[in-house]
Ligand binder design. Structure first.
Ligand code: ADP
Ligand code: MG
Length: 382
């Protein structure tokens, strides 16, 4: 596909691009709403990627186009980029240019043509893929020498401060740092990462993504509300972030919180950090099948304690487990988006069919089910 993106660039801008880069979407295996609590997450990169064909400019002009969006070429000036100025989809790559310049890097313009196979709005981080592919391309073209975690931080800054979405740093780090055949253990406090072997096919296993293709409006204010609740919980417990509440002290901490809502949020975050640890211990021991029940436990916590699931996600998990999956959970921000399912390779087709049938019986929109092969992070293609 990078040849088409290069050709698309040439048609638009009248010359071949200096290079073509790719950055993947991601799915989070375990560790949800833990990133802004400075805890642990464990995403893996999807085979679906955003591609960017890019050339430098020296005249301060930034031109942006997406093969996936109908509409005119977006033309901006790098010294006129304004946070929260809303330039639609173009705010994601433009925000990266803004964040790089804010950090003191002399990015003097660019022509950019994007195309992506990451489903949008499915909780698979199509936005982070766009940001990271732009950041990596400009880092290499302008010789900025930034590390991948640094690029992830800048991409997050673009989304937080320029686009105005208060996301944590997981999505951008996953897209920038994942490697093929591994899940990424990310410590969201210091951004240290470790590649944890997760070669599913070698174990005769498959991981499915179930995109429910719904997004409930309820989710709009819920992220901010959960985030505020976690911060309040940490304040009342006298820690800077919930990451600082050890799992062994969870019961004692809960006893000190009078408020049921805060108790539920704290229990979710502290127990999900612990589930990340448990999954890592199991994967390091090569006991991949044993992570299934931990995933399902994580779903119950998101449904009952954090209360960010929805009927479609609950049905996807129940139907998968009912058809013999090893475990399943919703993933991402909730109220729609996607679930992940761990299954024996031999059972993948039966489980896919069971989920599809359950959705049809319930009268839900048909879900999109596809395998999540742990894939490479951002890279240069040409
Ligand atoms: P997610 O990251 O979960 O897919 P977001 O709402 O964070 O969902 O990001 C989706 C937005 O990212 C889209 O609405 C669009 O503005 C932008 N985007 C994603 N992919 C593309 C693309 N291929 N071309 C243009 N914009 C895109
Ligand atoms: Mg996003």
């Amino acid at each position: 596909m990078h040849v088409e993106v290069g050709a698309g660039f040439e048609k638009l801008y009248g010359a071949a691009p200096e290079g073509v880069w790719a950055a993947p979407g991601r799915v989070n295996l375990i560790g949800e709403y833990t990133d802004f609590n400075e805890g642990f997450v464990m995403p893996l990169a999807l085979p679906h990627t955003a591609l960017a064909a890019v050339s430098r400019r020296t005249d301060g002009v930034l031109r942006l186009n997406s093969a996936d969006i109908d509409g005119p070429l977006v033309e901006l000036r790098v010294d006129g980029l304004v946070p929260l100025g809303d330039t639609g989809w173009a705010a994601y790559p433009a925000g990266v240019v803004w964040a790089l310049r804010e950090a003191g890097h002399a990015v003097t313009g660019a022509d950019i043509h994007l195309a992506s196979t990451v489903p949008t709005g499915a909780g698979l981080s199509s936005s982070a893929a766009l940001e990271v592919v732009t950041a990596l391309a400009l880092n290499e073209l302008y010789g900025l020498g930034l590390t991948r975690p640094e690029l992830a931080r800048l991409a997050q800054r673009a989304e937080n401060d320029f686009v105005g979405v208060p996301c944590g740093v997981m999505d951008q780090t996953a897209s920038a740092c994942c490697t093929e055949g591994h899940a990424l253990h990310l410590d969201c406090r210091d951004l240290s990462v470790r590649q944890v072997p997760f070669d599913l096919s070698a174990h005769g296993l498959g991981l499915l993504v179930v995109d429910t293709r719904v997004k409930h409006a309820l989710g709009d204010g819920a992220y901010a509300e959960r985030r505020e609740g976690c911060e309040e919980g940490a304040r009342r417990l006298g820690v800077s972030h919930l990451r600082d509440v050890p799992y062994a002290e969870l019961d004692a901490a809960l006893a000190r919180l009078g408020d049921d809502r805060l108790r539920r949020y704290v229990r979710h975050v502290v127990s999900d950090d612990h589930r990340v640890e448990r999954v890592i211990t199991l994967l390091d021991a090569g006991d991949v099948r044993a992570i299934g029940p931990v995933l399902t436990e994580g779903h119950a916590s998101l449904r009952d304690d954090l209360r960010i699931s929805c009927p479609e996600l609950d049905l996807a998990v129940a139907a998968a487990n009912g058809a013999g999956a090893l475990g399943a959970r919703m993933t991402g921000g909730g109220f729609g988006g996607s679930a992940v399912v761990l299954a024996e390779s031999a059972d993948v087709d039966t489980i896919t069919k069971a989920i599809t049938e359950a959705f049809a019986t319930a009268g839900f929109t048909a879900p999109r089910v596809f395998p999540a092969v742990p894939s490479a992070g951002a890279r240069r293609l040409a």
